[in-house]
Design a protein around this ligand. Structure first.
Ligand SMILES: [Zn+2]
Length: 451
């Protein structure tokens, strides 16, 4: 009997000893160790996706990247932290032994920065392996891949459009951390690269605006002029009038608006105080250049022409064109037309040659203009890398556009509201300018989801 009691006591002691060994870490640490973001990054796959390009154009973020292996399982792009995982639309494809993704084929679509929810996230690629089983639910195992910056560009900072007086600040940062692990009793180090999104509420700094408006021409540059019944109508005056009306309408929606000129000043195209510099340094999300058209001698067009950047989704452009067409109709100009009232004038080989000859005739060097680059400088030079801006300062006559290779730019539009030399258009431009400003502001209101 005594022997039996002894065996029981010894067994209990043995069980306690085993439990102690197994759980000693938890007994000695005051709180159980919770998983951290660092752990989450350390647990990612050894291979990383190398980012080939990324940019912010208007209100959208775009990125594409490849990994040096072919992934045949289901892949998706996610913004992830310890508690949340947000699936993002993206296109994955395999080529040349690599798996790549691209969020969008258009410059102004992709991740809508306006809709992201506050928090700290890591942008990762998720690979999901599904194992089917006859008698049970299929099991899904997820593997995560980090993103490493493979470009010369660095971190981005974005402020969302002002809504109800508030803004979010989004910091998109490339980071890395050392992972220390043991292999064959040897301590080893591995660098883990990752792409972080930090989204927090923040007031707009003084130099950050929601929208930029550029009233075309000014001062010694009147733009188009037209004489009717003894009165000379000047484009630069009418563009200023409509732009100022537009500015106050947008401000009434709670937006912070920059105007490039508020009087009849002349503005240089480039350099300090130049149009492109003012708009680019405003950090505006959308820029609008307001103009009036003219076609002396032709007299068969009239109406609205909205000039757009290359490779974009036309939702906002359509809305501008449709709203203004209700006042003056769509232009009948067939050149470079891509939709009703929507125009994309770009450099053709002929126009490149023409620009080259003009530069040479003026004693200037020719620019490296790529075929398909937007022709209108107020679109091209505002859009940086995305719209193929090219003024790199090789000609002293035009100081360098400091933003010509920028990867974070406003989405620019040039609106030829109507034709100055058409009596009906001119009458409306002069006597009912608020109809034009309201057509533009209501299109923006809808596009930006402002209540
Ligand atoms: Zn003009």
């Amino acid at each position: 009997m005594k022997k039996k009691v002894l065996i029981i006591i010894l067994s209990i002691l043995l069980i306690l000893l085993v439990l102690f060994i197994v759980f000693r870490k938890n007994i000695f640490s005051s709180t159980p160790k919770e998983k951290t973001i660092e752990d989450m990054i350390n647990e990612t796959e050894e291979n990383e996706f190398l980012v080939n390009s990324y940019s912010i154009f208007g209100t959208h973020f775009n990125i594409n990247a490849c990994v040096d292996k072919v992934i045949t399982n289901e892949t998706s792009l996610v913004l992830k932290n310890l508690t949340e995982e947000i699936d993002l639309d993206s296109n994955f494809y395999n080529s040349d032994g690599k798996t790549c993704f691209k969020i969008s084929n258009k410059n102004n679509t992709g991740i809508d920065l306006e809709t992201l929810i506050q928090g700290n996230y890591i942008l990762m690629v998720k690979e999901s392996i599904v194992e089917e089983s006859n008698d049970k639910e299929p099991t899904v195992t997820n593997y995560y891949y980090n993103l490493k910056n493979g470009t010369q560009n660095s971190d981005l900072e974005y402020y969302t459009i002002t809504k109800n007086g508030t803004n979010n600040k989004i910091n998109i940062n490339y980071k890395n951390q050392e992972k220390i692990y043991k292999e064959n009793k040897e301590e080893k180090k591995q660098t883990k690269n990752y792409l972080q999104f930090i989204i927090s509420e923040s007031k707009l700094p003084d130099n950050v605006y929601d929208i930029a408006i550029d009233p075309g021409h000014g001062g010694i540059d009147p733009g188009a002029t037209y004489n009717l019944n003894g009165t000379t109508y000047i484009e630069s005056n009418i563009t200023l009038n409509i732009s100022q009306l537009l500015k106050s309408e947008l401000e009434n929606m709670g937006l912070k608006v920059l105007i490039t000129r508020d009087d009849d000043s002349y503005l240089d195209p480039y350099g300090v105080g130049g149009r492109t510099t003012i708009i680019n340094s405003s950090n505006a999300k959308i820029s609008l250049s307001i103009h009036m058209n003219s076609d002396y001698g032709i007299m068969k067009y009239g109406g609205v022409e909205v000039y757009v950047p290359n490779n974009i989704d036309y939702t906002l452009a359509k809305s501008f064109a449709n709203n203004i067409a209700k006042i003056v109709g769509y232009s009948k100009n067939p050149s470079f037309k891509v939709g009703d009232g929507i125009y994309f004038k770009y450099f053709t080989p002929q126009l490149i040659e023409q620009a080259k000859q003009e530069n040479l005739a003026n004693g200037m060097l020719a620019y490296d203009i790529k075929e398909g680059a937007p022709y209108m400088f107020m679109i091209r030079e505002i859009g940086g890398l995305n719209t193929m801006a090219y003024n790199d300062g090789r000609n002293a006559k035009y100081p360098k556009n400091e933003y010509y290779t920028s990867i974070q730019t406003a989405e620019p539009y040039l609106i030829e509201t109507a034709y100055l030399n058409y009596a009906n258009d001119l009458n409306l431009l002069v006597n009912e300018p608020q109809r034009f400003s309201e057509a533009i502001s209501s299109a923006l209101k809808e596009y930006l989801n402002i209540s």
